[in-house]
Write a protein that binds this ligand. Sequence first.
Ligand code: PEP
Ligand code: MG
Length: 751
Amino acid sequence: MLTPPRSQSPLQDLLHRVGEILAKPQTLPTRLNAALKIIAQEMGATTSILYLLTPDRYLEVYAVYDAITPHHKKVRFRVGEGVVGFIAAIGKSVICDNIARHPNFLFRPGVADHVNLSLLGVPLISSQGIRGVLTLQNPPSNPFEKWREKALMEIGTFFAELPELKRFPFLNSAEGKVSGTHTLQGISFNPGIAIGTAFLHQPYSWKETDFSLNIKDESLRLKTAIREMVEAIDRLVEKTPNLEKNTQDVLTSYRMIASDRGWVRKIQEYIQKGFTAEAAVQKVRRHTRERFAQIGDQILKGRLTDLEDLASRLLKYLSGKDSVSEELPESAILVAQNLGPAELLDYDRRFIKGLILEEGVHTAHVAILARALDIPVVGRIPLLLTHVEAGDKLIVNGTKGTVIVNPDGDAFQEARKSITQMKKWQVLNKEGSDKPCKTLDGTSISLTLNAGLPIDLHHLEEFDFEGIGLYRTEIPFMMRSSFPDVKTQTDIYRDIFEHSKGQPITFRTLDIGGDKIVPYMWRVHDENPVLGWRAIRVSLDKPAILRQQVRALIHASQGQHLRILFPMISELSEYQEARHHVEQEWARAQQSHLTLPSSLSYGVMLEVPSIVDQLEPLLKEVDFISVGTNDLFQFFYACDRTNPSVSNRYDVVSSSFLNYLRRIRIACEEARVPVSVCGEMAGKPLEALALLAIGYRSLSISGPVAGYIKKMILNLPLKEAEAFLSKALETYSPSLRSSLLTFAKQHKIDL
Ligand code: PEP
Ligand code: MG
C-alpha cells in the first residue's frame, strides 16, 4: 500500500502501473475499472469511482471499483449537485470524514449505498477544463489523511490528460461555479425569511509597516485614530435614535471596549518598543486571538469578534479611511465569515434584509443586534464563502436555519408565501385581539408572552396576553460588557413592571451557560456546555449572583405580585436551596423596611428529566410549574438542540414525548399546581394543538406568533382533539405530525 511519500517514487510507480493497465487491448471501462482497483488498494480505500462529464452537464459514473458492493448503477449528478457535482463546480478537492455532514450532500441510491462514508474526491483538471471527478470512499472509521488528497489530485490530473478521455466534454472555468439551486444548512440565529442578493462583506484592509523611528508621532496617530473611532461610534448611536435601549447598550459596551485602557495601553506599549501604530494594533490583535484560542470556548468567540471588529476599525482610521463606501444592492443579504456589531451598523439598514455567517454564535452581539433590528440571521454555515458569490440570489430562512442559493421559481414562490403569511400573522395579532381566547367549544386558554429584549414588550400592548409567562433575565446580562449591579438590574425590572401594567410577570432567574454566555462573568471550559455549569447551577455556586438578582426584583416590584422561576432544576434540593436564598433576601428587605412585593410565588422549570421524576414532592412545595420543552426535549432524546445534524431527528409530537408531557400535566393537575408550557413548541400551531389536546391550558409564546396560535385556538374543537389524540397516543409512533395535520384539515383548522 502507498505510504506517505518521502520521495515521489511510490506515486510515480503507481501511475506507471496505471499506465500499463490502460495500455492493454481491452474496452475503456474495463481498463478503467482495473485501474481504479489498484488505485483504491494503494490508497487504502474500499471504493473508487470515476465520474465523467456528459454533454448535458451531468457527472455520470463511468468506472467503479468497490470491494464491498460490486454492483453500481449509472448514477449521475448535475454540476453543482451533491458533493460530486460540487467538486466539479468549484474545481477543488473535498475531504470529509462523514459525507452526510457535507452541506451539499445528496443521497442517490445506487452508488455506495451508505450514507455514512468518509470521502476524498478530486476534480479531473485537464488543460481544457474539468472532465470529471475521481472519488475514494471508506467507512467513517477509516478517514482519509491530507497527504492522500495531494496524491489523488496528481492521479486526477493524470486521468484528465489521458488521450482516451479527450473525447469527453469538459467544463470550462466560466462554468465552473456552483450552479443551480442548492440549500445550505446552518443554525438559526434569528428567525424570519428574507429574499435578496448576496453582498460579500469585506473586512477592512491596511498597509503593514513594522517599525517607525518616530515613537511620538505613532503614539499621537493612535490617540487620534481612537478618538475618531469612538466619535464615529457615538455618531452611529445618535444617527439611530429609534434603537432599543438594549441595542444602544451593545454599542455603549462596544464603545467601552474601544476606550478600554488595558487594550489601548497594550497597543501603546508596542509603539514604545518601536512598532508603527498599525503593527502594534495587529500585535495586540494576534495576542488576543491566541488568548481566546487557549480558552478554547467556542461561545466566547462572540466577544473575540467585537475585539477583531474594533481592531479592523482602528486600522481603518489609522489608514485615513472612515466610511464603508460599498454600493449595497436594494435587498442585500450580507454574507460574511463573521461580523462585529458596529460593522453591521455601518451598513444602511434599509437595504439589509438578511445576514448569513460562516462562523458566529447566536449569543454574539451581532446576532442580538440583528434581532433587535428584525433581520433574519443564519450562522455557522460550513463553507459558506465557497458556496456563495456576490450577486447570487438568496433566500434566507432564519427560522429553519437554511439558505437557498440561486433558488428556482418554486422556492421563490414558497418564500414569498411565507413572507405574506408572516405579515398576515402581524395583522392577525391585531384582529384576534378583540375576541376572548377560547376554543370552538368554549374552553378558555391562557396565552402569555415570552420576553427578554425590550423590543418584545410592545407585544403586551398589541395582543391580549395575560402577562409575561417567561421573562428571560439573562438577555439583558448578555448585552452588557460588565456585570449589572443591583441598581442597574432594579431599573431593568422596574421598566418591565411598568410595561406590564399590573399583569403577572414570571421572572426566570439567570439562565446563563450552555449557549448563553456572559463573557465577563466566568472562565469555565465545558466539554458539553449544555450539560455543564449553567442556569441554577451557576446561581447556587455563586449565590451572590442570585441574591443580587432577587434583591433587585424585590426592589423593582414594590407592592406588586412577584413570580420567580428557577431554570434547570435537576434535584428537589436545588429548588429548596434557591428558595432559601430568596427567603433570606425577603427577610433582609423586611428588616430594611422596604416596600415588599404584595405576594411572592415560586416556580420551577421542568427542563431536566430527573426533576420530572421528583414531581410528587416538588409539587408540594412550588406554586407553579413551567415546562421548558426546548431543553426537556433535548435531554429526553439526548439530542443537542443546536446541532443541525441531529436537531430534526426526533419529533416533539412523537407519542413518547407527548405521553411524557401528558403525565406531567396530570401530576400538576392532581396536585392543583398551575402548569404552562413555555418552550418553542407552544408557539407552533400544530404542536400547540397537540399540547391543548393532552390537557395543557396555558401556553407562553413569543409575540410575533400569537395571532396565529390564537387563530388555531378559536377554530379548535377541543373535545374532539382530545379524543383523537388520546386514541392516537395508545399506539407507538415516532411522529404524529401527519395524523395531526389530517385532523386539522378535517376540522378546517389552518395551521
Ligand atoms: C426551554 O428550555 O424550553 C426554555 C424555555 O428555556 P430556554 O429556551 O431559554 O433554554
Ligand atoms: Mg431552557
